[in-house]
Design a binder for this molecule. Structure first.
Ligand code: BTN
Length: 337
């Protein structure tokens, strides 16, 4: 007798073996040997995976090869990849939502715990910084928000977005092998175009100046093959940079794990994380334009201050001062970055 759970375990393992093959073929005989099941049972699992959207090629004398990942996020697989992770019981995977950040803020008001994570396959109202839209088509990106509730005042988490950028770089590198650069403050860049955006929002009690919730939202362009309109020259996806669709489930699990470490180190290891941010930041050392309201100045980005503010040496006065996100818009003097 084969219980449902057994079927799923075997299916996951067949998938693991195909993923391990890294785009190469794996014979039915080898898999049946490793899993201790018949070749017919391997075939049954291959069929099951195909019905769930995995593209699997079968070739005589070679075996099976994974050619395509499903277009839908697989919540069960994300949870199984997380295993016994401390946040595993508060990770929510959704088909569609207005915005994972908006949902996280609503749930925060209802008392959702620290470390709650919302991951969506589509956002109908994805939001970016400065009130901009973040295009979030179904099956193409990873849209994830985490709710943190550190016990501190808001000023103590000013560097959290910088930490989130490093956490996202680590996750992308672990899945694709490519490490993005960071355009200050928080655009991740591959091939001189943006592949990821980050939006942090916090709420605090005004009278006691205590932080109530910090929501960090990360949107990663994964499977797009092109972008519409003015995004065409500015945006890219992991697929466009690597030539293959990334495994979004794996990316979701890696990002969740990295955000957990971020949450543990938020108030204790700021300097370490900022050192890593500096190493990835492609804005430092460049000639930039700083726009504050209607006034634009040029200068050189020379470094970061202890809160993640960008230090700029201005061309007009020669003086150096920090700029903070939200307050200014930064552009390279040549093109997007
Ligand atoms: C930006 O580039 O200006 C920031 C984009 C942030 C997008 C992410 S996707 C998950 C979360 N939900 C949102 O509505 N926004 C963030």
């Amino acid at each position: 007798m084969c219980f449902r759970e057994d079927v799923e375990t075997v299916e996951k393992t067949v998938l693991d073996l195909l993923l391990e093959a890294g785009g190469g073929y794996r014979s039915g005989e080898e898999m049946s040997g490793i899993l201790g099941i018949s070749r017919a049972a391997v075939w049954k699992q291959i069929q099951r995976l195909r019905t769930r959207g995995y593209g699997i090629d079968a070739a005589t004398n070679l075996g099976y090869c994974l050619t395509e990942l499903p277009d839908q996020l697989d919540g069960a697989r994300i949870l199984s990849l997380l295993g016994a992770h401390p946040w595993a019981d508060r990770v929510h995977v959704l088909e569609t939502v207005d915005s994972t950040n908006s949902l996280a803020k609503r749930e925060a008001l209802l008392g959702a715990p620290d470390g709650s994570v919302w991951i969506a396959d589509e956002q109908t109202g994805g939001r970016g910084r400065q009130g901009r839209e973040f295009l979030s088509p179904k099956g193409k990106g990873l849209y994830l928000s985490v709710l943190l509730r550190p016990r501190c005042i808001p000023a103590q988490v000013a560097h959290s977005t910088a930490m989130a950028a490093v956490a996202a770089c680590d996750a992308i590198e672990s899945v694709t092998g490519l490490r993005p650069g960071i355009k200050w403050t928080n655009d991740l860049i591959l091939g001189e175009k943006k592949c990821t955006g980050i939006l942090s929002e916090l709420s605090a009690e005004w009278e006691s100046n205590t932080l109530e919730s910090l929501v960090i939202g990360i949107g990663i362009n994964c499977a797009q093959q092109e972008f519409p309109g003015e995004l065409r020259d500015k945006a890219t996806s992991l697929r466009m940079e690597t030539g293959t669709k990334p495994d979004r489930d794996l990316l979701a699990a890696a990002l969740t794990r990295n955000l957990y470490v971020l949450s543990r180190e938020l108030l204790t290891r700021r300097e370490d994380w900022l050192r890593r941010y500096r190493a990835d930041c492609i804005t430092i050392g460049r000639q930039i334009r700083v726009r504050r309201g209607d006034v634009e100045r040029t200068g050189v980005a020379t470094g970061l201050d202890e809160n993640g503010g960008l230090l700029v040496r201005y061309d007009d006065t020669g003086e150096t001062g920090p700029v903070y996100s939200g307050e200014v818009s930064i552009r390279g003097t040549h093109g997007y970055i």
